[in-house]
Design a protein around this ligand. Structure first.
Ligand code: IMP
Ligand code: MG
Length: 192
């Protein structure tokens, strides 16, 4: 059996650099978000709309921190294609109107970058007459030069303008299973 060298984050076999947010800090913050969202949505008919696959890990932890009845819907969005690190064409799956009418909808995603993905979600939802729509993201990327078309009401962490993976976030569909959030190890030629 070949044993790969550990990289600086201690994760064997993953091409990642330093840890940006370790698992225990993520857990503490997700618990805090859960308390805040519970307080805000208690007594309301709540539906979470999770944007897969990136939100999968965050979603699983977050909903177990919500002390209230809620329904769960999932959808898919793809804005990063394969090995590109910059946003590409956006594909959003169609939503079912019945799941959202007259309900308080919280859209959950992994990261708010340009905001194009969440804008598309919020626009689709608007046609289904929800009682309210809000956005929750684990990460919000620092983008000083950008005016985002949508904002998030619940944010786990603000992160620098670098490509992060782990805890659900991927590069080329890899690294989602890392328990910590790490920077991607971009090689000398700009490729991981
Ligand atoms: P936006 O539409 O530009 O806000 O892009 C949001 C989507 O791009 C996220 O849901 C992620 O799937 C992906 N994304 C943006 N930044 C990163 C990153 O640093 N790491 C991994 N995925 C990212
Ligand atoms: Mg995503």
């Amino acid at each position: 059996m070949t044993v790969s060298a550990r990289n600086s984050s201690g994760h064997i076999g993953h091409k990642v650099g330093r840890v940006v947010v370790p698992r225990d800090r993520i857990a503490d913050r997700v618990a805090e978000l859960g308390r805040q969202i519970t307080a805000d949505y208690l007594g309301r008919d709540m539906t979470i709309l999770a944007v897969m696959n990136g939100a999968a890990v965050f979603l699983a932890d977050l909903i177990r921190r919500l002390s209230l009845p809620m329904k769960l819907e999932t959808t898919t969005a793809r804005s990063y294609r394969g090995r590109s690190l910059t946003p590409g064409g956006l594909t959003v799956a169609d939503l079912q109107p019945e799941a959202f009418a007259a309900r308080h909808v919280l859209v959950v995603d992994d990261i708010l970058d340009t905001g194009q993905t969440l804008r598309a979600m919020v626009d689709q939802l608007a046609g289904f007459a929800p009682a309210s729509t809000a956005v929750c993201v684990l990460l919000r990327k620092h983008r000083p030069a950008l005016h985002r078309p949508v904002e998030a009401q619940y944010v786990g962490f603000d992160v620098a303008e670098e490509f992060v993976v782990g805890y659900g976030l991927d590069y080329d569909d890899l690294h989602r299973n890392l328990p910590d959030l790490c920077v991607l190890d971009v090689g000398a030629e700009g490729r991981p």
